[in-house]
Design a binder for this molecule. Structure first.
Ligand code: GTP
Length: 597
């Protein structure tokens, strides 16, 4: 146990975690020439394509220093805020963290938020100044920034490059010297923390754990404490690039477990594994169910594909427990599902996986957050509203609460004014402003979550010319003056286009939505009025004018093949369109609300 080191790598997105992890694997000889490829640990296709880490990964390295043999368990964590719960669990499985800071970008919002998470878990922090090979690197200045942030000595900041491998030896030395070996009682009943799970279509769910006390043995009868379920440990082992089957994984070590579980929901990140017969008395605390933050409807483009979509979603859920869904029906779109996601990136990924892995063509509706509504009749009873069209009539409504977040934005001092105006426009309230250095400022805002779902990232990037980073954490529900804005096409309300907006902005945004829809709804043989309404009151109106000519008119009915071709072409264009009443609505229209200028 004294020669085990468990550590994670934390950083802001793109500061080079995965690349540095590759170098550590190279240096310790954990991969053969043949296995080498970039971002070795990001093994999902989507992860590689997008260059982001979606899932956490763990890998064990053997390393010899001064004649001593060490086991180093590295847990790579996702950087994106949608997956921050996984980061927090990975952190809880370690004693130390490499804090990577890009030598050209310096400290960013997630550097700070992940550092705080690590400090809350009492991790030993090893600061690494990465990408020193970059011509635009600013090593002195960024080292000063790190020293200010951590209160460490400049000598403690290790200069490194994931690209060239420079400094990797010093990092390994620091891991061994500074990160404490695991403590824990090998004699106590089994207590292990689940920090991740991975779906494998042949073997079922692989659970990744860190043993806190005792050990986990092959064939042991075990229990997951949060779910209360019992299993047999069919296979246990450690995580090299390939899994290494073991008879036992002992105190302090990290490993995997296969129990024949097929559904991701049975394995909850943060849960405690213990012995069934002789359980530990205290589970690892801090366990929480991951809650979806953003909701949207997913509908098959072709109504006949509903059952197939359900099957696909069920399969996807076996693989990604953070996806939740339930059937819903929409007057406009028919039968589909209301789905909950961790955030917008997660939503995009789910949609993409449905299409790639399951060959579905789907329409997703305007995303929204989850509201709490209180009616006049039952003012104490919370009604959870995940779909704006479920909000009770204004006359019956006592009040509505919406989720708020604490947002942290790090930017250059030149852009403070612009960033502040943006946040205030998004109903934000400034809570704190800290100068990290003379050039860099951290702004803390309280804001409604709904506002960052709608085009916040893009706007932030624009107003700061790319020099702003952003992170957030939920802080609870607060009352807001919200109204439901409905959209009518050709006189019919399209429920899937309804949105809840703050009363003060409803007119302006309603107007922008109809203007945007006018550009997106294809022209047809007749005029299509597009209206926004609050209750019975119309607040904005535009019209998509009728087409002057029938596209097939020119063919006189004589040239059948040409006519058919034209119709074929139209059909193709129809792919992501839904007919609502007699109006065709393209997918982009459902997302119109997200991108208003
Ligand atoms: P996420 O997984 O999305 O959080 O990103 P990450 O922090 O793992 O970053 P990643 O390793 O994917 O690197 C981001 C980009 O920086 C890639 O284009 C790398 O090639 C590049 N990069 C990483 N390390 C270095 C370095 O030391 N020097 C230079 N010049 N580029 C680097």
């Amino acid at each position: 146990m004294k020669n085990i080191r468990n550590f994670c790598i934390i950083a802001h997105i793109d500061h080079g975690k995965s690349t540095l992890a590759d170098r550590l694997l190279d240096y310790t000889g954990s991969v053969t020439e043949r296995e080498k490829q970039n971002q070795l640990l990001d093994n999902m296709d989507l992860e590689r394509e997008r260059g982001i880490t979606i899932k956490s990964h763990a890998i064990q390295m053997d390393f010899e220093l001064n004649g001593e043999q060490y086991i180093l368990n590295l847990i790579d964590t996702p950087g994106h805020v949608d997956f921050s719960y996984e980061v927090s669990r990975s952190i809880a499985a370690c004693e130390g963290a490499l804090l990577i800071v890009d030598a050209a970008q310096s400290i960013q919002a997630q550097t700070i938020s992940n550092l705080y998470l690590a400090l809350e878990n009492d991790l030993e922090i090893i600061p690494v100044l990465n990408k020193v090979d970059l011509p635009s690197a600013n090593p002195e200045e960024v080292t000063d920034d790190i020293v200010d942030l951590l209160g460490c000595d400049p000598e403690e900041v290790i200069h490194a490059s994931g690209k060239t491998g420079f400094g990797v030896d010093n990092i390994l030395q620091a891991i061994i010297d500074k990160i404490p070996a695991p403590s824990g009682n090998p004699e106590a009943p089994l207590k292990a923390l689940i920090f991740d799970s991975v779906y494998n279509s042949y073997r079922g769910i692989e659970t990744y754990f860190r043993v806190i006390d005792g050990s986990i043995k092959k064939n042991q009868r075990i229990k997951f404490m949060a779910t209360g379920k019992e299993y047999a440990a069919d296979e246990v082992g450690t995580l090299k690039l390939e899994q290494v089957v073991k008879k036992e994984v002992k105190t302090g070590d990290v490993g995997y477990l296969i129990t024949g579980i097929k559904a991701a929901k049975e394995v909850k990140v943060g849960d405690t594994i213990t012995d069934f017969v002789n359980p530990t008395t205290d589970s690892i605390d801090g366990f929480e169910d991951v809650k979806p933050m953003v909701f949207a409807g997913i509908y098959p483009v072709d109504t006949e594909d509903y059952e197939e979509l359900r099957n696909s979603m069920e399969k996807l859920q076996l693989n990604d427990a953070s996806l939740v869904f339930q059937p819903e029906s929409s007057a406009a779109l028919g039968f589909g599902f209301r789905c909950g996601f961790l955030g917008m990136l997660h939503m995009e990924i789910i949609q993409e996986r449905l299409e790639r892995e399951f060959n579905m063509t789907v329409i997703t509706t305007v995303p929204n957050v989850s509201y709490h509504a209180f009616t006049n009749k039952e003012p104490d009873e919370v009604l959870i509203v995940n779909n704006p069209s479920d909000l009770p009539e204004p006359s019956k409504l006592n009040r509505v609460e919406e989720p708020f977040i604490k947002a942290s934005i790090v930017t250059k001092s030149d852009f403070v004014g612009q960033v502040m105006s943006l946040c205030i426009e998004k109903r934000g309230q400034i809570i704190n402003q800290t100068y990290l250095t003379t050039q860099r400022v951290e702004l803390i805002f309280e804001m409604p979550l709904a506002e960052i779902v709608f085009d916040f990232y893009d706007r932030l990037k624009t107003v700061s010319k790319g020099y702003a980073s952003f992170d957030y954490a939920p802080i609870g529900m607060k009352e807001s003056k919200l109204v439901r804005v409905d959209i009518l096409l050709n006189g019919d309300s399209v429920d899937a286009l309804s949105a809840l907006l703050h009363a003060d902005n409803a007119y302006t945004i309603g107007k922008k939505i109809v203007e945007k829809l006018k550009t997106l709804i294809p022209r047809q043989q007749f005029d299509i009025p597009i209206q926004a309404a609050i209750g019975a009151k119309i607040i904005a109106r535009e019209t998509t004018k009728a087409l002057r000519k029938d596209v097939t008119a020119k063919c006189y009915g004589g040239d059948i093949s040409r006519k058919r071709k034209l119709l074929e072409k139209q059909k193709k264009g129809k792919k992501r369109m839904r007919q609502v009443g007699n109006v065709e609505i393209p997918q982009e229209a459902f997302m119109a609300v997200l991108k208003l200028n």
